[in-house]
Design a protein around this ligand. Structure first.
Ligand SMILES: [Zn+2]
Length: 374
């Protein structure tokens, strides 16, 4: 029987990328958990399910179930099981290597926190690989903040300024919404006034017709005036109905306005705090930055103007400010979209400048970066 698992694997093998299926809405949900990475490392170390389970203090079905889940998420086989032994697939081996790095980073963060022995405070700045961020942050940050409320942890990768940007966008959105709502209320109030005027007019007419009825020459004239009066009374009734409807709408919109005002105030104070955070970081890194700017000014003179302009344009468009990125795990280091093998070869050949077709960043091979550090 070809199960869905197998089909997913086949698809993944054909496209060369993990299949995010059914429940997994996005990249993050399709990721291995830290616990799963520990299980996988245990399996690789022991090459034996029962022993791996013992080491992890879980049952054997738990560990093989988790392995199946990992393979599903990644859309690839990590372990070859035969009757007598367990073998890691080449991909499984590679993932275990990477998992060890991630787990070591996590250990380091925990050590860092432990060293403070409950009195960890002050500001820490942490440089984190962009590929590790999504693993580490959701797991580590909440418990760290709980244990050490005085600890201020900054994760590099342009986080605060991205947050400031997000908040500014949100505030702009709320302000637009508020001004629209206020305009709508204004229009409704005008409509109420309009209807009130119509009522006054109708009452004036009724008064006039009633006076005329006192001087009619015959019944027909009297009846025709009665009809007019009846009609005006209906008009007044209709106006009152409309006014009631408008007032309900005004009431509703005012409630929304009050709520939006509150959250706008909250967002604005969030923004103030984030900006302060950002300012602190900027001040702290200013010296370093100035040095780098001086260096870049010197280098700029040596570079063709056309290239420099292009570089600066890419840099200002890139959200994290990186114009040049390397290829990490077959993906663009800026936007994490997969780069096809042929393109990777072109990049490695260094014959021309190649940009990522998704984000426009300049792609280079890893070795160039290593060389430039030397
Ligand atoms: Zn890209």
């Amino acid at each position: 029987m070809i199960g869905t698992d197998k089909r997913r694997r086949v698809h993944a093998a054909a496209t060369g990328r993990p299949e995010y299926v059914n429940g997994w809405k996005n990249r993050t949900e399709a990721m291995l958990t830290i616990k799963q990475m520990r299980y996988l490392v245990a399996i690789a170390d022991q090459l034996h399910f029962r022993r791996a389970a013992e080491i992890m203090h879980v049952s054997q079905p738990t560990i093989s179930g988790q392995l199946r889940d990992m393979e599903l998420k990644l859309g690839a086989q990590l372990v070859e099981r035969s009757r007598s032994n367990v073998l890691m697939t080449p991909l499984g081996k590679e993932i275990v290597d990477r998992a060890r790095i991630i787990l070591a980073e996590i250990e380091e963060i925990n050590d860092l926190a432990m060293r403070g022995q409950g009195s960890l405070s002050g500001t820490f700045r942490l440089g984190i690989l962009s590929t590790l961020g999504p693993y580490l942050l959701p797991h580590i940050l909440p418990s760290l903040h709980e244990k050490y409320p005085d600890l201020r942890l900054y994760i590099r990768e342009g986080m605060p300024d991205a947050q400031v940007q997000d908040l500014e966008d949100e505030i702009a959105g709320l302000e637009t919404r508020l001004s629209n709502l206020k305009e709508e209320v204004g229009n409704l109030e005008k409509a109420v006034t309009q209807k009130n005027n119509e009522i006054v007019d109708a009452q004036g007419l009724i008064k006039k017709y009633e006076d005329q009825q006192k001087n009619v020459r015959n019944n027909r004239e009297f009846d025709s005036l009665s009809k007019e009066i009846e009609y005006q009374n209906l008009e007044i009734e209709l106006c009152n109905k409309k006014i009631r409807e408008f007032n309900v709408q005004i009431e509703e919109k005012r409630t929304v306005i009050t709520e939006s005002d509150t959250s706008l105030g909250e967002r604005k104070s969030d923004l103030d705090n984030k900006k302060k955070e950002l300012d602190e970081i900027v001040t702290d890194t200013k010296k370093e930055e100035e040095g780098l700017y001086k260096k870049s000014e010197k280098i700029e003179i040596l570079i063709e103007e056309r290239l420099l302009t292009a570089y600066k344009r890419i840099r200002s468009n890139a959200r994290n400010g990186l114009a040049v990125v390397s290829i990490q795990r077959d993906a663009c280091g800026g936007c994490f979209n997969q780069i096809p093998p042929q393109r990777q070869l072109d990049i490695k050949s260094r014959k021309k400048i190649i940009v990522c077709e998704y984000c426009g960043r300049i792609l280079v091979d890893d070795e160039i970066i290593q060389e430039s550090y030397l």
